[in-house]
Design a binder for this molecule. Sequence first.
Ligand code: I3S
Length: 128
Amino acid sequence: SSPDSDGCTPELEKAGLLNKTKIAEGGRKLRKNWSLSWVVLVGNSLVFFKDPKSQTPSNWKPGNSRPESSVDLRGAQLHWANELSSKKNVFKLRTVTGNEFLLQSETDSLIKEWYKTIQHVIEKLDRE
Ligand code: I3S
């Protein structure tokens, strides 16, 4: 059976390194501050970790380091947003609470995979 057969352990969908900046908090615009972040998509949440150095997809476990912040994907919106940055491959994630994040990677295939996977989770939650 799968590790989540009891429905109690959130499913780890994806993990990896992305450039991240928060651009709004509760609808209020923030100054950009890009940094490399270890991003984990688990269950209904996107979780951000500060220190990417010790992390790899194979050794990440829930609880082995403290998240910097976490985003509830229920009701969230995802849009490509290359007009919001001089960087390429940028998308914007907006939460129901009006927090907005830009996520970016230099690798086209990687950012497309993230977009697709997050969008699937959002659509799944929309149908619930
Ligand atoms: O949208 P902006 O204001 O042009 O974003 C740039 C600034 O945040 C800049 O920092 P300063 O606020 O110190 O100028 C950052 O270094 C840039 O990375 C931001 O633009 P990009 O195009 O990289 O998102």
